[in-house]
Design a protein around this ligand. Structure first.
Ligand SMILES: Nc1nc2c(c(=O)[nH]1)N[C@H]1C(S)=C(S)[C@@H](COP(=O)(O)O)O[C@H]1N2
Ligand SMILES: [Mo]
Length: 330
């Protein structure tokens, strides 16, 4: 099943040199795999927040920039933001509190503006070191000013071609490249320049930096799944480095406790700010019994995940995702 045609654009120069392939509109849907599409549909995207979603309406919502600014900006309406230069980007979001292999991770195509274009409208005082986002649900989080000025830091108002859903932060949310969900605030109402700030989750002991850790997640099989002896079975999942190591180069799977590794096929990808999806077809042995499946990624910078395990709090989990399944009679 294909939702959209798979278009490959290869550019050929006059000299006949093939430039790197650019994969576009890469939206295969392979229902037996998990994730089954590169882009997570909005209604399947994980939702995580400290309280009920804030329900804001366009007529009364305003965005203000306060704090260490020389020249304040008049409150902005959504239409003012939409009138600014728009950018579109694919981005994976992952929760810092996500133990390895759970499903608090999703990938979407977002549309919005560069935060720095908005910050250009005020003159930031030299003392300012952080940008604090205050949200309508009372959540608040700060990011370093340098990160706020990064060209990939986006205030998004659309998700997968739809108006940003209430659950995901309507009318605007931040997309902060390389950082866990905690640094991607929703329902923003106030942006404040400050010298320092202790954010909601940092008051509870979580990492203020919140850089995403390299991770490979096995989607199929699920825990305790029964796999038929003597048949082919496709093991699949996602891997993500959030751009910290140049993107994912290769994913490998082991069905013998890490003794041998089999290279998976990366069947869908975008930029390193999006996850890659991978699959590997296993010729399941005829012998019944338990099996433990491991997966690991190697990045373009040459790092291969190792077994080292780090519990989730405070900086996000590190280690292999392993799945216990069983081989059963046909
Ligand atoms: N306003 C607000 N923004 C928030 C949160 C929140 O509680 N309130 N939770 C954060 C956390 S912990 C995560 S993982 C992401 C989840 O984004 P999603 O619900 O769109 O998947 O939102 C982040 N932004
Ligand atoms: Mo999160």
């Amino acid at each position: 099943m294909k939702r959209r045609t798979f278009i490959k654009i290869s550019a050929m120069s006059a000299a006949g040199i093939v430039l790197p392939l650019k994969l576009e509109a890469q939206e295969e849907d392979i229902p037996l795999l998990k994730p089954r599409t590169l882009i997570t549909p909005n209604d399947e995207f994980y939702i995580l927040q400290i309280d009920e979603p804030a329900e804001l309406d366009e007529a009364s919502w305003r965005l203000v920039i306060t704090g260490l600014v020389e020249k304040p900006m008049p409150p902005m309406q959504l239409k003012d933001i939409k009138a600014m230069e728009a950018v579109e980007t694919m981005r994976t979001l992952k929760c810092i509190g996500d133990p390895i292999g759970t499903e608090q991770m999703g990938n979407a195509k977002w549309k919005g503006i560069r935060l720095r274009d908005l910050l250009k409208k005020v003159t930031i005082k030299l003392k300012a070191k952080v940008v604090v986002f205050r949200c309508a649900d009372s959540y608040h989080t700060a990011i370093p000013l340098a990160d706020a000025l990064h060209e990939d830091t986006i205030l998004a108002y659309e998700m997968n071609g739809e108006v940003l859903p209430i659950d995901h932060g309507y009318p605007v949310r931040l997309l902060n490249p390389g950082h866990y969900g905690t640094k991607n605030p929703k329902w923003i109402v106030n942006i404040q320049l400050a010298e320092k700030h202790t954010s909601y989750w940092e008051e509870k002991g979580w990492d203020p930096i919140a850089n995403v850790k390299l991770a490979t997640v096995i989607g199929t099989p699920s825990a305790e799944e029964e796999i038929t002896a003597g048949e082919d079975y496709t093991i699949s999942g996602a891997a993500y480095d959030a751009g910290h190591h140049g993107g994912i180069k290769k994913v490998e799977v082991s069905v013998d406790y890490g003794e041998n590794w089999n290279e998976a096929k990366i069947w869908a990808k975008d930029t390193p700010l999006a996850w890659v999806l991978w699959k590997w077809t296993w010729k399941v042995p005829k012998k019944k019994g338990p099996v433990e499946i491991y997966a690991r990624a190697t990045t373009n910078s040459g790092i291969t995940q190792d077994e080292m395990f780090l519990k989730v709090k405070p900086v996000g989990a590190l280690g292999y995702h392993t799945v216990d399944a069983k081989i059963v009679d046909p």
